[in-house]
Design a protein around this ligand. Structure first.
Ligand SMILES: Nc1ncnc2c1ncn2[C@@H]1O[C@H](COP(=O)(O)O)[C@@H](O)[C@H]1OP(=O)(O)O
Ligand SMILES: [Mg+2]
Ligand SMILES: [Mg+2]
Ligand SMILES: [Mg+2]
Length: 358
């Protein structure tokens, strides 16, 4: 089955949402940042991106529309939030009309409703869109990496994924090419089941050069920038066991999956502390982008690689059919098929050693 129409809509929605986020990141005001009850930050851009993507997808696919997304409008409906809601509404309307494809004006209530369409519980039946409107809000606030991550589930499987990465350089970010003179940023990764992974510039204006890392042991491995999101001491033990020499590349969000898919590194290790439950919107788009990397296409290069594999720390594939959360053993590991057996062994040994030392 082809999902071309859905993919085109997803690319359009994620690109417009990324533009909205870029605009906010440039002039980030302290008042734009709120704290959710789990103490993670949320900004007008998170809400604006979710409203925009939700509205666009609903316009295109009204029948049986289902969206699982990170944010909801609860805090925005509280007393004193009116000004922020108006600012979000203006951002959404400006972005919708920015390239002339839409001539609608949403009210504040339309925007709140669009945000709240993301409350679906998902599951193993039917189709569900999965959205992280800003993945890596902490990176976004630091002026660093973040992604708009959008995927489609069909009967519990990820069938397409789009990662808009506004701050990711178009050229390789690690290894020998790290100091490439080309400092253009803004990448759009997309993948459809069975169709390989593609990358194009977010603004669509220039060509892309992709470099292949030939020796994975020399290539960087990726991990979270935030130490609270993944245990850095454990990944350095794993890297040591694998003989990886390069220092880890610490980066926020699913941008790591995008960078990995084009060969900027060979391994992504994510081992959160006990008790943290991963959400499906933090991995759906990224996992299909990496899985399609055996057929990676860019504007000017075609790279053939060992296919990407994403599993939990017990070697099980990620199961997106169980609702809003992933039920995982310990963490997530990502690499290519060739390296997975040795990565898996190093992960198991390191976890056992860590358990013994506790
Ligand atoms: N304590 C935590 N442990 C692991 N991941 C977290 C934690 N808190 C938030 N996250 C989510 O982890 C992702 C960031 O991952 P990374 O560590 O790879 O940058 C984001 O989706 C972030 O949510 P958010 O979407 O709100 O930014
Ligand atoms: Mg968040
Ligand atoms: Mg996230
Ligand atoms: Mg988010």
């Amino acid at each position: 089955m082809s999902y071309d129409k859905e993919l085109a809509a997803a690319k359009k929605a994620a690109s417009l949402a990324a533009r909205l986020c870029q605009k906010v990141q440039k002039v980030l005001l302290q008042s734009d940042v709120q704290s959710k009850n789990n103490r993670s930050p949320v900004t007008v851009a998170d809400y604006g991106s979710q409203a925009l993507v939700s509205f666009l997808l609903q316009q295109e696919f009204p029948a049986g529309f289902s969206l699982i997304a990170e944010e909801d409008s609860k805090d925005l409906r509280k007393d004193g939030a009116q000004e922020i809601v108006e600012r979000i509404t203006k951002l959404v309307n400006d972005s919708l009309t920015s390239d002339g494809s839409y001539s609608v004006t949403l009210s504040t209530e339309d925007v709140l409703k669009a945000i709240d369409s993301g409350k679906s519980e998902g599951g193993s039946e039917g189709r569900h869109w999965v959205l992280d409107p800003i993945d890596g809000t902490k990176g976004f606030l630091r002026g660093d990496q973040y992604a708009v991550a959008l995927a489609l589930l069909d009967r519990g499987k990820v069938v397409l994924g789009v990662l808009a990465c506004p701050n990711l350089p178009l050229t390789c970010i690690s290894g020998a090419d790290r100091h490439s003179p080309n400092n253009e940023v803004g990448c759009l990764f997309f993948a459809e089941v069975g169709g390989g992974t593609y990358m194009q510039p977010l603004d669509g204006s220039s060509t892309v050069q992709v470099s292949a890392v030939e020796n994975p042991e020399e290539a960087s491995f990726f991990e979270s920038y935030e130490a609270a999101h993944s245990m850095h001491d454990l990944s350095s033990l794993i890297a040591q066991k694998l003989g990886v020499k390069a220092p880890p590349v610490r980066m926020d969000s699913q941008v790591k999956y995008g960078a990995l898919s084009r060969g900027d590194g060979a391994i992504y290790i994510r081992l959160p502390r006990k008790g943290y439950r991963e959400k499906i919107w933090d991995h759906a788009a990224g996992s299909i982008v990496v899985s399609g990397m055996d057929q990676f296409h860019s504007v000017c290069y075609f790279l053939s690689k060992a296919g990407g594999v994403v599993t939990d720390a017990a070697g099980n594939p990620l199961d997106f059919s169980r609702g809003r959360y992933l039920d995982l053993d310990t963490g997530i590991i990502v690499t290519n098929q060739k390296l997975m057996p040795s990565l898996f062994k190093a992960v198991r040994e390191s976890l056992e050693e860590k358990a013994l030392s506790l």
